[in-house]
Write a protein of this length. Structure first.
Length: 147
């Protein structure tokens, strides 16, 4: 088994960066638990690289401390970004609102995530061109009839 993919080491670099962020903030595991509801042991699993941090935890770091996700996932850039450098959330996606906003934020701020999503989208677009075309025609018809 490749050492890079063994349990406990897969996300080790990300975990070290998450720990360094918590240390820079002066937070204890107990304080993180009190503010997020995520157990101390689960946070510890993130920091030891045994689990990838949940979107809830990353959202907490971003929303309350302006943590730079590019730093978390790649180690590049500043640990924290200024509030004005964050992109505003402009769209309403109905019942998928939180998931779509979370996805858009990640692909906007984490280059690796953007390339991964775009790659899957391109493949999907090629395989499902007829389905996409039909859905767009239906949307256009609905839009025209509502005017």
């Amino acid at each position: 088994m490749d050492k890079q993919n063994t349990p406990g080491e897969k996300y080790q670099d990300i975990g070290r960066r998450l720990k360094s962020i918590r240390d820079a903030l002066g937070y204890t595991l107990d304080r993180v638990y009190k503010e997020t509801g995520i157990s101390r042991s689960y946070i510890s699993e993130f920091e030891r690289g045994r689990k990838l941090a949940t979107s809830k935890y990353l959202k907490f770091l971003i929303d309350t401390h302006n943590v730079n996700l590019n730093f978390v996932f790649t180690g590049k850039g500043e640990m924290f970004i200024s509030h004005q450098d964050r992109q505003p959330e402009l769209y309403d996606f109905g019942k998928f609102d939180e998931e779509i906003k979370d996805l858009l934020f990640h692909i906007t701020n984490v280059p690796n995530a953007m390339y991964e999503v775009l790659g899957h989208f391109s493949e999907y677009k090629m395989r499902k061109a007829d389905l996409i075309k039909q859905a767009l025609l239906t949307l256009n018809k609905e839009s025209d009839s509502s005017k």
